[in-house]
Design a protein around this ligand. Structure first.
Ligand SMILES: *[C@@H]1O[C@H](CO)[C@@H](O)[C@H](O)[C@H]1NC(C)=O
Length: 404
């Protein structure tokens, strides 16, 4: 916009300096006007949406890992604060300290006015969805004014997960919420709040949603295409990928990202509203035998927690990086397009720049974008040189696709 304006102002000056006939001047004016119009149109098309793909990044408030003000406001198209809750049929903060963080996060819009910021809710759905219409109508109004009060652009529903018995009631809830959002937007002449959701990673849970209702009420949704393998003593005691694009030989397609995404599309969720989910964290295992360290190797427990997150079974990308720096062996699995690493008895399935790039390229022309869990568990400090390396790898693929 600004450079277009400068061009308009500078053109009369350059014409004025040409000492030629009036006709020539007129021809030149016509030419310049055309040129300026075309240039401006081009620029405006570009500036409307430099990254047409959505890059939706969740933030988990863990100040020791990442504070809100250290989030690059230009990295993602959407930020999602995780979480708030429903309590006594009201949308409310998880802890009083979060209210300050809401303000800091929505403040990032002063730096990037195109950034959209959503608030995600995880707990409190069953009681609300089972309550009567009057209670739900009150909730819609209260939730909308809560979101407006804190300058959010929308709400993300992360109910994990509606049971089969809630299929009809949850659908009615979504239809009612969408109606209330549109009504508020029309009454106050404001951009409607976004209504989005995160969706599960297994067929049985996916089948508990009414796909047509999701498609009609949501602006977009992230398929949580991760946690596909994690240690469980009795049912899952072999190593496996957290979020591999393709399944290993002999494994069900539904335990891979492509298999799940295909399932959503075949069930009727629209591709132009669907985001593939990307985990920035890894899942860790303790091997039974350090000499057996491949995919499907026997495991005896989750891996010990790392030096930052201190969480059994989970590694942030920063922790994976440290492990690799300290001598762990990285293996790239060609079949699955996913990496893992091992050291002694320790085994970790994780996401890195390479796997994220391959996923982004695979879905670039197929889906609306990516949903990343989370900014906090990427490498926010950039110990390898680049801050948020996994999210940046996705962004670079999306950005390259819109270059002329
Ligand atoms: C490992 O898991 C299998 C099922 O996948 C189960 O039959 C077996 O008992 C488990 N082993 C142990 C030691 O728990």
């Amino acid at each position: 916009m600004h450079s277009g304006l400068q061009k308009c102002l500078s053109n009369p000056v350059s014409i004025h300096r040409l000492h030629v006939s009036t006709t020539a001047v007129w021809i030149l004016i016509v030419f310049f006007t055309l040129a300026v119009t075309m240039a401006t149109t081009d620029e405006e098309t570009d500036s409307v949406d430099p990254i047409p793909k959505k890059l939706v990044c969740y933030y988990l408030p863990r100040a020791e890992l990442l504070s809100v003000t250290d989030i690059d406001p230009h990295l993602c198209t959407h930020l999602v604060f995780a979480f708030a809750k429903i309590e006594d049929s009201k949308l409310t903060e998880n802890s009083p300290a979060d209210l300050k963080l809401y303000g800091k996060m929505t403040g990032l819009k002063y730096v990037n006015p195109k950034l959209k910021i959503l608030l995600s809710i995880q707990h409190g759905f069953p009681a609300l969805v089972n309550s009567d219409e009057i209670v739900q109508e009150k909730f819609y109004k209260q939730a909308i004014s809560f979101l407006r009060e804190y300058s959010f652009d929308g709400i993300d529903l992360d109910w994990e997960f509606p049971p089969a018995s809630a299929k009809v009631k949850y659908s009615n809830f979504l239809v009612g919420f969408r109606k209330a959002i549109m009504k508020e937007s029309q009454s106050w002449q404001r951009t409607p709040l976004l209504l989005t959701a995160t969706l599960p990673n297994s067929k049985s849970k996916i089948n508990n949603y009414n796909m047509a209702v999701l498609a009609n009420t949501l602006d977009f949704a992230t398929a949580m295409t991760y946690d596909l393998h994690m240690f469980n003593k009795n049912i899952h005691n072999k190593t496996g990928f957290n979020s591999a694009l393709y399944p290993p030989k002999g494994e069900n397609q539904l335990f891979s990202v492509i298999g799940l995404i295909d399932y959503y599309l075949n069930e009727g969720f629209p591709a132009n509203k669907l985001l593939f989910g990307v985990p920035t964290y890894g899942r860790t295992f303790m091997l039974e035998d350090p000499k057996e360290h491949g995919v499907h190797a026997p495991a005896v427990s989750r891996g010990d927690g790392g030096p930052m997150l201190h969480k059994k079974g989970v590694y942030s990308y920063e922790e994976s990086w440290l492990a690799l720096k300290n001598g762990a062996t990285r293996v790239w699995d060609e079949t699955c397009a996913a990496p893992y690493f091992y050291k002694d008895n320790f085994w970790c399935t994780y996401e890195d720049e390479e796997s994220a790039r391959v996923k982004a390229l695979h879905f670039l022309n197929k889906l609306a974008g990516a949903g990343v869990w989370t900014l906090t568990l990427d490498d926010p400090r950039g110990i390898n040189g680049q801050k948020f390396p996994i999210i940046s790898a996705i962004k670079n693929v999306f950005k390259a696709s819109v270059q002329p």
